[in-house]
Ligand binder design. Structure first.
Ligand SMILES: NC(=O)c1ccc[n+]([C@@H]2O[C@H](COP(=O)([O-])OP(=O)(O)OC[C@H]3O[C@@H](n4cnc5c(N)ncnc54)[C@H](OP(=O)(O)O)[C@@H]3O)[C@@H](O)[C@H]2O)c1
Length: 323
């Protein structure tokens, strides 16, 4: 296994006092570790969490490690657009400036399911919820520039367990084709990448830089539908040898994408931790990395995904007014 890529220490010592960061899925795994580090550096972090109690417990744990941490726990269910709108309205009302949005939350290889708005679960939570959230916060990010948007994608946007990542516009929600959890995950993670790419095109010249990342194969709760907990625990040394990394290592791509000045030169790019790609030379990762998936470079596909997503979340009637 290649060694994980690590953020230069000077980035992790940057003073972020006065900055506001929004992190989705902040109570667990990579989102938790990212939140703790940003708070350690002085940022006020808005923790968007599906389960408030878990979120509050996570914030308490971070405060024990970083007593000066400035954290705000707010309910955010990306599988319910009404919740996304309420979250965005409250965050906009509370913060005149937002410099960082980390679209981190996600689910993987779930059984077939639907969001409250009737979307297939994985593209609904991983992409469409974040698409709406980002759209509702974009104007504030532009006003606060220089600012960043970081989407958590995955090396599985390329291939997930043998399924090529593509956007299946003809049947986005598996209504006519047989549902497959990995095909759906690959689609949603390609959507995260293409969303960042199209955001970068639309935000050119605004001072807001949008990128996507692969965090690595990280020991988190994400595997719950693919590998029983006891296997993860019992086989931990073996999994490490096979390339599974710890959440702190998994947060490095997000932190680099959020903090490095070099990222501004690569709007829309994909920043990858060590991964598993069809082209093995890509496996060592790269900040940035040229994705081996041709669909990841298809601007027409990115634009079409934007239009379809906009239609699906009915942005026009949903945009909240800032208080
Ligand atoms: N771990 C890996 O190997 C790996 C590899 C590639 C990419 N990623 C990506 O990294 C990101 C973070 O995952 P992780 O590994 O840190 O997994 P994790 O520990 O399971 O964290 C996922 C987070 O997303 C939240 N979430 C799930 N459904 C949600 C919803 N409907 N609304 C709001 N939040 C929701 C979870 O909340 P609950 O705790 O309430 O469920 C949790 O906080 C994901 O986007 C994932 O696709 C991870």
């Amino acid at each position: 296994m290649s060694k994980p890529l690590m953020c230069p220490p000077e980035l992790l010592a940057r003073d972020l006092r006065g900055q506001v960061a929004v992190v989705t899925g902040a109570n667990s795994g990579i989102g938790y570790t990212t939140t703790e580090q940003l708070a350690r550096q002085g940022a006020l972090v808005v923790m968007g969490v599906r389960r408030l109690e878990e979120g509050r417990a996570a914030a308490d744990a971070i405060r024990r490690a970083v007593p000066a941490a400035r954290l705000e726990v707010r309910e955010l269910d990306l599988g319910r657009l009404a919740s996304v709108r309420t979250f965005a309205r409250e965050v906009l009302a509370a913060h005149e400036r937002i410099q960082l949005l980390i679209n981190n939350a996600g689910v993987m290889n779930t059984p077939r399911g639907r969001t409250a708005d009737g979307f297939e679960l994985q593209i609904g939570v991983n992409h469409l919820g974040h698409f709406l959230l980002t759209s509702l916060l974009t104007a504030r990010l532009v006003e606060s520039a220089p600012a960043r948007i970081v989407n958590l994608s995955s090396c599985y946007h390329d291939r997930a367990m043998g399924r090529e990542g593509d956007i299946h516009f003809e049947d986005l929600f598996f209504e006519r084709t047989k549902y497959d959890g990995w095909t759906s995950y690959a689609q949603s993670k390609l959507a995260n990448l293409l969303h960042a790419r199209e955001l970068a095109r639309r935000l050119a010249g605004t001072g807001v830089t949008a990128v996507s990342v692969h965090p690595g194969w990280v020991r988190t709760a994400l595997m719950r539908h693919s590998m029983p907990d006891w296997v993860q625990t019992a086989a931990r040394p073996l999994l490490r040898l096979l390339g599974m990394i710890e959440p702190w290592e998994g947060a490095q791509s997000s932190l680099y994408a959020a903090l490095s000045p070099e990222v501004e030169a690569h709007p829309g790019a994909f920043f990858s931790q060590v991964g598993m790609y069809r082209d093995r030379t890509a496996n060592r990762g790269g900040w940035p990395l040229v994705s081996p998936n041709p669909h990841a470079h298809d601007d027409a596909k990115a634009r079409r995904l934007w239009d379809v997503s906009e239609e699906l979340v009915r942005l026009a009637s949903a945009a909240p007014r800032a208080a």
